[in-house]
Design a binder for this molecule. Structure first.
Ligand code: GAL
Length: 768
């Protein structure tokens, strides 16, 4: 519960509906309920009664949360009331004459609705006449904060007083954070025929074909009585040329209960396009519409030829188990050989996995060669046996953004296999990290620890050591999660007062990475932003990890409190989250990604700022997955920005369900090389004009990476002056996503960038 609450809290800060909109075309056909609401903090059954005198109650707006209307941070019960006449002319003018619908907008978190003293519905479900109200509506497991409430009553329902005053009273329960009725689109109207139409369109989901993309949209007439007729209007917009490429109308014809499927084909294009669908039914006062970006793949397909990919530098401590899978792409089978390996390391020639133990400190330049039937490739990898881990930002997968607390050992195992099977490991993706949800819940009857204090796993993780072994067998690395608090954010057992013992247990399980999440340690603090209080628990685990005979990358997660970037490295942190959680909206991703400048000076080999995990592919934070709500342009921005920021790259999607577009995003070796660059410089803003921002990253080879990001909601034409990047005499420009050198630029780079999109280039300085 606690966690669900936290998540909701975070989700509230920004709110948008991305893909769908029902547009009511009001007119005479509705009674607006946008104004005239009375509000009272507290709870009493009397508030439901029509004759209750609410004259002394406050008035309140229903287009924003109550928190910014004089009720900051209120959790608990509150009531809304409105007096309204429902004219019978509504019935006369309506096409469908059976039912009257109360559209009550979005209510945060739960609601119980009374009409003239009678309960008519709760949490978006109608209740039968004479239902007796209880409090159970307020204790659901998942908040309905984002669900528009709709209650339909038969026009003959005696609870409606036609042509007379009606009192609608809504009892709202809020868990915490923002609360109340807030979407503003409240009204009473006769049921519209469109409300019987179910449209299934899986936003953002397209199937790849030889020549482009295919999309299915399914329409179902859910009514048992009314036939439907109408149209779907489809338009495709070129977001760079800013012109309509295609516009067509398709008939919709559905007998009651019928299903109609439409299939659309879209050509593969070399840049951003958007498709918009507008549904208009005859006799409807509303339209249904949604829009989505059509995927476009920029990176050319990989040839069968070989490539040795980054990271080209890798750090380990002396005497600790060494494991590194050399990222090599191309047709398999392939054969690896290496010169200059430090003593104690052996190479598995078939799959390029280095294993062993190096006792001698030092920097070893290892020349790796790989061969397949098409040829060979060589590259020098630098192995640094010293004190510093994570010489480049960690890359891999973490269970949280996809499975949330529904993570299981099998799912983690499947992710590890998928990293190899879909060749992600060939591009450097190597960590397989279990997030929260493997421990025993704090409220379980089962103890969270064995009698000797050792932390226990729950039934979803029958054998951690076996899990670690199987991940290592693939040449990959195993990550785990805990909290300095007595409980984790999900309410599971944390490491509080067992730090050393847990570090030893993790080492025994073969753990290579620990994410240590503040969570309930906050309950033990006076000021969650005070470094003097934050440092001791993180330093304690930092020491505990240093003391085990295994390298464990230390990921600090305390949401940026107390400017963690200023002290994270000091307590042994290899990375630290700089913000609260990410989720898959443009607003949230941009809010996090574009506010990292202040942290930039603190990034470098061994210590990275972490703007949180990636939000591409199929995500869910639980059992119900959805495809990322970021458009293709926003996804290019997300990956480009994270690479420029030298951010840890942790996929948070279902790896067994990778589509062509997502795969393309995460297997461009030149993009990954920018992220994994040995210099470890974090890009920062160097220029801004008209909501277009330039980020510049210095690279180890003296070249520069520049990302031009369009934060505006329109296409922008930009001219980026090269002098901003310190270039006076022209430079070769390489388009990194397309993997093409585009020519020489003398003074500027011009680009047309779609809304929320990016142009990412490398500026190749002439070799001296
Ligand atoms: C949050 C953390 C998330 C995830 C979650 C687990 O505090 O920021 O990344 O780990 O806890 O409960």
């Amino acid at each position: 519960m606690q966690f669900v609450q936290n998540q909701k809290y975070l989700l509230h800060t920004v709110f948008i509906v991305l893909f769908t909109a029902i547009l009511p075309l009001f007119g005479q056909s509705a009674v607006p309920l946008t104004q005239g609401w009375k509000f009272h903090w507290g709870d009493s059954a009397r508030f439901a009664q029509p004759d209750y005198n609410d004259a002394t109650w406050d008035t309140i707006a229903v287009n924003r949360w109550w928190n910014d209307q004089g009720y900051p941070k209120k959790a608990g019960f509150a009531w809304y009331r409105i007096h309204v006449v429902i004219p019978s002319t509504l019935k006369q003018s309506a096409y469908l004459k059976d039912s009257l619908v109360f559209h009550l907008g979005k209510i945060d978190d739960f609601d119980q609705v009374y009409l003239n003293g009678h309960l008519i519905g709760e949490n978006n479900h109608a209740v039968p006449p004479n239902a007796v109200p209880t409090d159970t509506f307020a204790s659901r497991k998942h908040s309905l904060w984002d669900v528009p409430r709709r209650y339909a009553l038969a026009v003959t329902d005696p609870r409606i007083h036609w042509d007379a005053e009606n009192v609608i009273a809504i009892r709202v329960y809020n868990w915490g954070g923002p609360g109340g009725i807030y979407s503003g689109d409240l009204r009473i109207a006769m049921a519209d025929i469109l409300e019987y139409l179910q449209v299934t369109y899986n936003p953002g989901v397209f199937q790849k074909t030889a020549s482009g993309w295919e999309k299915q949209v399914m329409f179902r007439n859910r009514s048992r009585k009314y036939p439907m007729q109408g149209t779907l209007r489809l338009t495709v917009q070129d977001n760079v040329a800013e012109k309509t490429l295609r516009s067509e109308t398709h008939p919709i014809e559905l007998a009651p209960g019928d299903v109609q499927e439409m299939q659309f084909r879209f050509r593969e294009r070399s840049h951003s396009t958007t498709v918009r669908y507008v549904v208009q039914l005859e006799h409807s006062q509303q339209q249904f519409q949604f829009a989505e970006g059509i995927p476009y793949i920029l990176t050319p397909p990989h040839s069968q030829a070989l490539a040795l990919n980054p990271p080209y530098v890798y750090g380990q401590r002396p005497g600790h188990p060494f494991i590194f899978r050399i990222p090599a792409s191309g047709a398999r089978p392939m054969a690896f050989s290496a010169h200059g390996l430090p003593p104690g390391i052996s190479l598995d020639a078939r799959n390029g996995i280095l294993r062993g133990k190096v006792l001698q400190r030092g920097t070893y330049r290892v020349r790796v060669t790989v061969r397949n039937r098409y040829g060979s490739a060589s590259h020098t990898y630098r192995l640094v046996i010293g004190d510093t881990l994570a010489l480049t930002p960690p890359m891999g997968w973490n269970s949280w953004n996809v499975w949330g607390l529904a993570v299981t050992q099998d799912r983690v195992q499947a992710a590890a296999r998928a990293l190899v099977k879909y060749h992600l490991a060939d591009f450097g993706w190597q960590f397989v990290n279990v997030d929260d949800g493997w421990e025993i819940p704090g409220n379980s009857t089962q103890p969270g620890r064995a009698p000797n204090g050792e932390i226990l796993t729950n039934a979803k993780f029958p054998d951690m050591k076996a899990l670690g072994d199987s991940i290592h067998a693939l040449g990959l690395k195993f990550g785990i999660y805990s909290s300095p608090g007595p409980l984790t954010c999900g309410g599971y057992t944390g490491s509080y007062q067992h730090e050393d013992q847990d570090a030893r247990t993790f080492a025994r399980w073969g753990v290579d990475y620990l994410k240590y999440d503040l969570c309930h340690y906050r309950d033990l603090m006076k000021d969650v932003n005070d470094p003097a209080e934050l440092i001791p628990p993180y330093a304690r685990m930092g020491r505990a990890l240093r003391d085990v005979s295994r390298d464990i990358v230390y990921s600090i997660c305390e949401y940026g409190n107390g400017k963690v970037w200023e002290w994270g490295a000091r307590v042994g942190g290899n990375l630290w989250r700089t913000t609260g959680d990410i989720w898959d909206t443009w607003e949230r991703m941009a809010e996090i990604g574009f506010q990292q400048d202040k942290t930039a000076p603190y990034a470098g080999p061994g210590h990275w700022n972490d703007p949180d995990m990636l939000i591409i592919g199929w995500l869910g934070w639980g059992n119900n997955l959805h495809y990322t709500r970021l458009t293709p342009d926003e996804q290019y921005t997300h990956i480009s920005l994270w690479a420029l920021l030298s951010a840890p790259l942790l996929l948070g999607c279902d790896l067994e369900r990778l589509d062509a577009f997502t795969l393309n995003l995460i297997t461009n070796p030149e993009i990954i090389a920018i992220d994994q660059d040995a210099l470890g410089y974090q890009a920062r803003t160097v220029w801004e004009q008209d909501s277009v921002r330039a980020y510049l990253k210095k690279l180890a080879d003296g070249n520069l990476a520049v990302g031009l990001f369009n934060l505006a909601s329109q296409t922008r034409k930009v001219v980026f002056p090269l002098r901003v990047a310190g270039i006076q005499q022209g430079v070769e420009v390489r388009d990194v996503w397309r993997r093409q050198t585009v020519g020489r630029a003398q003074q500027e780079i011009s680009a047309t960038i779609p809304s929320h999109g990016v142009y990412l280039v490398k500026l190749l300085k002439a070799r001296k």
